[in-house]
Design a protein around this ligand. Structure first.
Ligand code: FAD
Length: 361
């Protein structure tokens, strides 16, 4: 069913999405077909199948990784709610995100970098009796729509304690129509332009406590971290497969000279399949605690990033001059694959985290 949606509904829209059209049409269809359900036991007859969601994301990303990225945002947002203790979010919002009636996003790039000592947390809040008054700016958050009552994103902010205790970090779901929140599209992107990406400015934005996911954040963070990272491998697997498909097409006419290139489609295919086996194993127990498991998760995601980078390079070389034509598949794959390289956790961030864990061992 997911393949049918990709072929009949997504494929005709891929170029328009690449040129900047943001649409929820495909996400709605994917949700109805069950693509966001596999890893959410409360909406999946008690079954947790993280790899099922990754596999569907890969099928979508093989055609259009912008849509695959929005699928990641949607499914990781559902993952936050599912693993929280907030029953209101679980009954009122989660089923609609899983069904593709509401849209989910995540602004955890800055917090992920903050927890790795790369940058400071950009949002802070004063706690009141029944909520949080949030201030700060986030540069890029995707799968959003201005003032929408159907779009939500998971966010982490520093809470200044009114009783003089040390500051702590908390996590909440934030609706796009929150008063005091301004959304702006400040720049144009060379890829991923159709992903509904905004800068968010919080100016004394009051968030009621019913949206709280976890305060303090740490217990929830420990539960969601591996799933957050593993889910991204669906984008990587899809874009790599898409690049391999295009290399095979180029080889129909250029195989004699392409044989001298590094990273043939056959080699990349074999490495992709090995990596997917590893990811499938890691998906079995995504709540495993301890440095050994999380290091393996980071390494799997790193493999995805590195294979994406090699695919981006190879697909362009296999296509030759045709890859330089505007809207050619090869250069779109290249731009999409590079997003896997730079999106948090980026290759540099992953290597930093892995080095830290190795030092600590
Ligand atoms: C199209 C698009 C969509 C995105 N969507 C999302 C989304 O949905 N959610 C989300 O959370 N994020 C999103 N991001 C952000 C993304 O995940 C990355 O975090 C972002 O691209 C920057 O990460 P980086 O590792 O390159 O940071 P870096 O460029 O490495 O910077 C890390 C930090 O170090 C600081 N820094 C760098 N150099 C110096 C210096 N010399 N001195 C002091 N400080 C320095 C930077 O200002 C930054 O704060 C999106 C990005 C793009 C391009």
């Amino acid at each position: 069913m997911i393949s049918q949606i990709v072929k009949n509904d997504l494929k005709p829209l891929t170029l328009s999405i690449d040129h900047g059209t943001y649409t929820t049409e495909i996400l709605e269809k994917l949700g109805k077909a069950g693509a966001f359900r596999h890893h959410i036991p409360s909406q999946n007859n008690g079954k947790l199948d993280l790899f099922g969601t990754i596999s569907d994301m890969a099928v979508v990303s093989e055609e259009c990784m912008s849509t695959g990225f929005m699928m990641w945002a949607q499914t990781v947002c559902a993952w936050y709610i599912e693993n929280s203790d907030n029953e209101w979010l679980k009954t009122e919002i989660l089923p609609k995100i899983v069904d593709g009636e509401f849209f989910g996003a995540t602004s955890l790039s800055n917090p992920m970098k903050y927890f790795s000592g790369i940058e400071d947390l950009k949002l802070s809040a004063e706690e009141t009796e029944d909520g949080y008054i949030i201030n700060g700016t986030l540069p890029w958050v995707s799968n959003l729509l201005e003032s929408s009552s159907k779009h939500f994103f998971g966010s982490i902010f520093k809470v200044h304690d009114k009783h003089g205790n040390p500051d702590r970090d908390a996590m909440a779901l934030i609706p796009c129509n929150l008063e005091g929140l301004t959304m702006k599209q400040m720049v144009a992107f060379v890829g991923m332009e159709g992903t509904g990406t905004y800068s968010l400015i919080f100016d004394n934005a009051f968030l009621p406590k019913k949206y709280l996911l976890s305060d303090p954040v740490l217990p929830l963070l420990k539960k969601i971290k591996a799933g957050f990272i593993l889910l991204q491998t669906g984008m990587a697997a899809g874009v790599i497969q898409g690049a391999i498909n295009d290399m095979h097409k180029s080889n129909l006419t250029l195989s004699e000279t392409n044989a001298f290139l590094d990273d043939s489609p056959e080699e990349l295919q074999e490495e992709l399949e090995d990596t997917l086996e590893l990811i499938q194993d890691l998906c079995e127990e995504p709540f495993t605690q301890g440095d050994d498991y999380i290091k393996s998760v980071l390494e799997a995601r790193l493999l995805g990033g590195e294979l994406s980078k090699r695919s981006a390079d190879s697909v362009m070389q296999h296509a030759g001059a045709k890859g330089y034509i505007v809207d050619s598949v090869a250069q779109r794959k290249q731009r999409e694959a590079y997003f896997v390289v730079i999106v948090t956790p980026s290759i540099k961030h992953l290597r930093k985290e892995i080095a830290r864990l190795e030092e600590a061992a």
